[in-house]
Ligand binder design. Structure first.
Ligand code: HEC
Ligand code: HEC
Ligand code: HEC
Ligand code: HEC
Ligand code: HEC
Ligand code: HEC
Ligand code: HEC
Ligand code: HEC
Ligand code: HEC
Length: 419
């Protein structure tokens, strides 16, 4: 009888989510005591990935789930609340095991990797309890895959997760700056990720790594940024800064011009001044910077002219298929120009700037023709207006002439009858 009841409740709970909260991994709370008393843990745990894989409270905490008294349940190798380091050992006992993780297409997380990070070393070697354990970034019960928008390690939530410590001076060692989130939010990356929902933009872990979190070294920076900005990276390594290597003042990383957290583009009109912050004014490098600036500005101006011309053509109702293709090419070349500028060779840009200018001129010439025609039509339209107004005036005059005598005669008649 009881088994019939149990199985019908099981079916019901499968159908109705409200009842299924009473179960975990196929167990009812009558069968698994931990979830009867620890209802808050159960709720979180059920949302997470582990419960769906048949991992139970007892896999991490031990204890005897067939006992319904707390003391009796908390026996049999029971592990209560764990320290941060014990928790790391626990998580790694499964996640460091390659064969076990392979089945789920998960990258193993090893102690070696974690120890490579500043966090792992601080926690496991220095016993610095400010440093995060696995649960500080993932939670301990409601653990979700990183693709779930509710997960604290979803790309859009990573900055908030890291900053729960890194923006709080009491949660990081004294002297470590706590302005990273503030700066990142203002950066091209922060704006693209938070306002533009562009998940490919760099979050904290894109540059620092997740489990091996470290600030990238000067020489690593071009590679870290270059993961995503591949074409810029290639060009940069062709140029003198990429070639300079470790021998010259430790290399010139991307962040020397773009900043690490407040990553932005230097304004186009200040390219030359960026260079003279390190090079002498009038030196060959300083002059090259001014030339680069001039070329980029010239190309941008040509791009704006092309955009205005396209606008004129569209307003005039012209077919602009060809011009639109030309304009797209202009825009592609403009982006290419900013990439190619990283080789720091002004002459190498000549060709691109010339192509941008001539495409812009082609669009502009057609707009000029359309503008001329418009003036012609407007000029032609003037006599028509004049004639029309003239015609109306004439007609009015004629009407006045026709109406006036009738009035005159009636007045005359009235006068006549009175007298
Ligand atoms: C009858 C209710 C009851 C049952 C059944 C029960 N617990 Fe508890 N558990 C408690 C209470 C109450 C506390 C907090 C008081 C304490 O520390 O003993 C607690 C504490 C804990 C803690 C935290 C211990 C700490 O050191 O702070 C863990 C972990 C835990 N239980 C896990 C389990 C697991 C796993 C099971 C099933 C095998 C289980 N409990 C079964 C009532 C229960
Ligand atoms: C994947 C391993 C894992 C599983 C499975 C797991 N826990 Fe835990 N639990 C932990 C870790 C790690 C901690 C200690 C860190 C913390 O407090 O977040 C903990 C802490 C606790 C605590 C103490 C919380 C506190 O605030 O001190 C309770 C109670 C508890 N777990 C109950 C449960 C119950 C009930 C289940 C089953 C529904 C469960 N746990 C399943 C890993 C696990
Ligand atoms: C400082 C925060 C932080 C700590 C500490 C941390 N993680 Fe992570 N973890 C992350 C981030 C961020 C990601 C997502 C990485 C990504 O999207 O590439 C992640 C991803 C994962 C994944 C998914 C990997 C995959 O292939 O999808 C697992 C599993 C994982 N972590 C387990 C652990 C374990 C176990 C520990 C403790 C040894 C731990 N994490 C400690 C931040 C952390
Ligand atoms: C008993 C083995 C076991 C233990 C202990 C364990 N895990 Fe897992 N974990 C798994 C398995 C299996 C999966 C795969 C689940 C799936 O993909 O459906 C998983 C998945 C995850 C994921 C999701 C990865 C992703 O992005 O898809 C994270 C994060 C994670 N575990 C973190 C932890 C943390 C943190 C701990 C310690 C508190 C922990 N795990 C303890 C076995 C375990
Ligand atoms: C639980 C708090 C906590 C969380 C969460 C946390 N950190 Fe940390 N982090 C620390 C502490 C504490 C240190 C200093 C460790 C030490 O060297 O003693 C640190 C150090 C660092 C450092 C090295 C800084 C330096 O120059 O010494 C980097 C980089 C870093 N964290 C990045 C991250 C990233 C990225 C995340 C999110 C994926 C993150 N942290 C999440 C507490 C945290
Ligand atoms: C995870 C990939 C990723 C990493 C790593 C990365 N970026 Fe970005 N970056 C992006 C994305 C995506 C954008 C946004 C592009 C957009 O909005 O059009 C962007 C935008 C930029 C911009 C603004 C470009 C513009 O046209 O406004 C600059 C400058 C920049 N990144 C420099 C860097 C530097 C320097 C580094 C390394 C310190 C770096 N990025 C690391 C993906 C990344
Ligand atoms: C585009 C790449 C990039 C992103 C995104 C990024 N960082 Fe950094 N971060 C760096 C680099 C490079 C350094 C090293 C700067 C140096 O050594 O001068 C650094 C340094 C740090 C440091 C050491 C202290 C300091 O401020 O110099 C911490 C802590 C840190 N970052 C945390 C974070 C956190 C938290 C986030 C997310 C809110 C984040 N970073 C986002 C590249 C990045
Ligand atoms: C010497 C200074 C300098 C260095 C070093 C530098 N950049 Fe730039 N970067 C610039 C300038 C100047 C521009 C473009 C002109 C502008 O808009 O001001 C630019 C533009 C960019 C853009 C925008 C291009 C686009 O497609 O929209 C990205 C992305 C970028 N840089 C990334 C990087 C990366 C990654 C590195 C390292 C491999 C790097 N930069 C190194 C100065 C520099
Ligand atoms: C952060 C400092 C820094 C900035 C900013 C910088 N450079 Fe450099 N540049 C260097 C260093 C260091 C070298 C290597 C010097 C060496 O090898 O002797 C170098 C080398 C060069 C060289 C080859 C050697 C030479 O002196 O002719 C050229 C060309 C050059 N830079 C152009 C530029 C241009 C153009 C800009 C601006 C867009 C710029 N640099 C911005 C630091 C910088």
């Amino acid at each position: 009888m009881r088994s019939v009841l149990v199985s019908s409740i099981a079916v019901l709970s499968w159908v109705t989510p409200a009842l299924s909260q009473e179960t975990m991994a196929g167990f009812l709370q009558e069968e698994y005591s931990c979830i009867m008393c620890h209802t808050d843990m159960r709720t979180g745990f059920l949302q997470g990935v582990h419960s769906g894989r048949g991992i139970l409270c007892t896999d991490c905490h031990g204890g005897d789930p067939s006992q319904f008294e707390a003391d009796a349940a908390h026996t049999e190798g029971f592990v209560g609340s764990m320290s941060k380091t014990e928790a790391v050992d626990l998580c790694l006992s499964c996640h460091g095991d390659l064969p076990q993780m392979r089945q789920f297409a998960l990258e193993p997380v090893t102690e070696e990797e974690f120890l490579f990070s500043r966090h792992g070393r601080a926690l496991l070697e220095d016993r610095n309890l400010l440093a995060p354990s696995c649960g500080d970034c993932h939670g301990s019960h409601a653990i979700l895959p990183r693709t779930d928008p509710r997960s604290p390690v979803h790309p859009a939530r990573i900055p908030e997760t890291c900053s729960s410590c890194h923006s709080d001076p009491t949660r990081v060692p004294e002297g470590l700056p706590t302005d990273q989130l503030e700066q990142w939010q203002e950066s091209a990356h922060g704006v693209a990720l938070m306002a533009g929902h562009n998940e490919r933009a760099a979050n904290c872990a894109s540059c620092h790594g997740s489990h091996s979190a470290l600030p990238p070294g000067v020489l690593e920076i071009p590679n870290v940024c270059g993961k995503c900005h591949q074409l810029v990276r290639e060009t940069y390594f062709r140029g003198p800064h990429g070639q300079a290597g470790p021998s010259s003042s430790g290399g010139i990383p991307c962040t020397a011009c773009h900043a690490n957290h407040e990553t932005t583009m230097p304004p186009l009109s200040e390219i030359g001044s960026v260079c003279v912050s390190c090079h002498e004014e009038g030196s060959s490098a300083g002059v090259a910077g001014l030339e680069l600036q001039e070329q980029v500005l010239r190309a941008q101006a040509a791009g704006s002219r092309a955009r205005d011309a396209l606008h004129i053509l569209a307003e005039a109702g012209e077919t602009i298929d060809d011009e639109e293709v030309r304009f797209l090419t202009v825009e592609t070349h403009l982006r290419e120009l900013l990439v190619q500028a990283h080789a720091l060779e002004p002459e190498a840009l000549d060709d691109l700037v010339r192509r941008i200018s001539s495409l812009s001129t082609e669009i502009g010439e057609r707009a000029d023709v359309v503008e001329e025609h418009r003036w012609e039509r407007q000029l032609l339209a003037i006599p028509a207006w004049v004639l029309l107004v003239f015609g109306i005036l004439l007609a009015l005059r004629k009407r006045r002439k026709l109406v006036a005598p009738v009035e005159d005669s009636s007045v005359g008649q009235g006068e006549g009858t009175e007298s």
